[in-house]
Design a protein around this ligand. Structure first.
Ligand code: SF4
Ligand code: SF4
Length: 439
């Protein structure tokens, strides 16, 4: 354990949906499966309009090392394949499938044979598993680090620190046996000596349950973390559970760590048992505009509109709808947007809660600096963005270590002047990436 903890911002928890089991929604009339639901190159469609597909049929092939295949989440017919504008401003292709309402599993699906790490990496790649906690990094790439002998520590993320979101909490409660089975698979094929499971202290039931089921496993330690934000951010989690620091520009594997979300671990066990790839998600639907907050298990590609309709709809007109929680979530521009692999929540605020007070001048109070878990000074990014000369701007952003910003939102949350700090950082990062691409 480290001597001090990173990430000390107190945000309201609002875990309203932690007590009730998730509800499974019936197949929607159509699903929109995006080719880009992960970090890396989009998948390449391998079906065409008119093709018959089943639940689990592969419809897009991974198009690079850092990429992931995609699968149909319903049985039915491919209606069309067309370009789609994502809420983050990027675009990709979308495969639109009309459901036959039967949810027939693909008859070709069978549990993979896994006898060594190569088999495991190939199977996980085929499963379409990506980081389910929100990052969407292809899991097969993470596991591949084992082949290079890099991993000596596994860190399992059960922190779920974003307000409202409880889908991982439900995994730890309702699927604790699958989490155990997933950990046993990792223990079998990954040579790590230790496994740390980090869970925020505001989930005592999860801590008790996992401590109990791993009581006879000397390799596994369940570590209660402070209920402060952002305990679940990868670099913070690694630091706060095993005391290692991931250097700038490096990955967890560079400090010997394999980090997996607790729901990803449970999915791994289910996949090796059944062979059914990643085709559904448990999504927390909550926020002040939602009539009946709940967790819903839905086919990937279900529209936000249908998902919210299933929960009972809005209780008041929404002012803002987010993919994800209020700290790191992205506003959606239409409720026709589909659920993706890495979405674990849809949070909708009413007009009053969505309205931010007007931004005022910086009063140099330093709270944003004190709140930043990465030790950054967010005011430097804002100041750099005002520099007219683009070279000078880029130089200043690099000097202030902008790329270390993980967009956690702590700086914006604590700012008494309501400065749009994290938004500025996102814009600045886009500029740095563009400058890098030009080079
Ligand atoms: S600068 Fe980035 S990492 Fe630091 S608090 Fe703001 S959003 Fe989080
Ligand atoms: S918290 Fe806001 S007001 Fe205070 S220094 Fe940072 S940007 Fe300025």
């Amino acid at each position: 354990m480290p001597r001090f903890m990173l990430g000390r911002t107190h945000v309201p928890h609002r875990k309203n949906t932690a007590e009730a089991p998730a509800q499974r929604m019936p197949a929607p009339e159509q699903v929109v499966i995006l080719t880009s639901q992960h970090i890396g190159a989009p998948a390449t469609p391998i079906v065409k309009a008119g093709d018959t597909v089943y639940v689990g049929t592969k419809i897009g092939e991974a198009s690079g090392y850092v990429s992931s295949p995609i699968h149909s989440s319903v049985s039915g017919k491919v209606k069309k394949i067309e370009p789609h504008l994502l809420s983050n401003g990027r675009s990709c292709m979308a495969i639109i499938i009309e459901s036959d309402g039967q949810m027939t599993p693909d008859p070709e699906i069978k549990a993979p044979t896994v006898e060594n790490i190569d088999d495991l990496v190939s199977a996980v790649r085929e499963s379409g598993l990506v980081g389910l906690g929100g990052a969407g990094f292809p899991t097969a790439v993470k596991l591949d680090a084992e082949k290079k002998g890099l991993i000596d520590q596994i860190v399992i993320n059960g922190a779920e620190c974003e307000p409202y979101i409880t889908s991982d909490t439900l995994t730890m409660i309702a699927k604790a046996d699958k989490v155990k089975a997933g950990v046993e698979i990792l223990e079998k094929f990954i040579s790590a000596k230790n496994i740390a499971i980090g869970i925020e202290a505001n989930k005592p039931e999860c801590i008790a349950k996992l401590t109990e089921i791993f009581a006879d496993d000397d390799k596994v330690t369940v570590i209660p973390l402070p209920s402060t934000y952002p305990q679940g951010a990868e670099k913070i989690l690694i630091h706060n559970t095993v005391g290692r620091v991931v250097p700038e520009g490096k990955l967890p594997a560079d400090v010997g760590c394999l980090v997996m979300n607790v729901t990803s671990v449970a999915f791994l066990a289910e996949y090796l048992e059944t062979g059914m790839p990643l085709v559904e998600k448990c999504v927390t639907v909550d926020g002040s505009a939602i009539k009946n907050p709940m967790n819903v298990i839905c086919p990937i590609g279900t529209s936000i509109e249908k998902l919210i309709e299933f929960t009972g709809g809005f209780k008041s007109e929404p002012g803002k709808i987010l993919y994800g929680g209020p700290m790191m979530g992205i506003s959606v521009y239409t409720t026709e947007e589909p659920i993706m692999k890495n979405n674990n929540a849809i949070v909708a605020f009413n007009k009053k809660d969505a309205k931010l007070p007007p931004s005022r001048n910086c009063i140099h109070c330093g709270r944003c600096v004190a709140a930043c878990p990465m030790g950054l000074n967010p005011t430097l990014f804002a100041r750099a963005m005002k520099v007219e000369d683009s070279r000078e701007r880029v130089a200043r952003l690099n000097e202030a270590k902008l790329m270390l910003c993980m967009e956690c939102g702590c700086c914006s949350f604590v700012c008494p002047s309501v400065r749009p700090l994290v938004e500025t950082n996102r814009l600045a990062k886009a500029e740095l990436r563009a400058a890098q691409a030009k080079k």
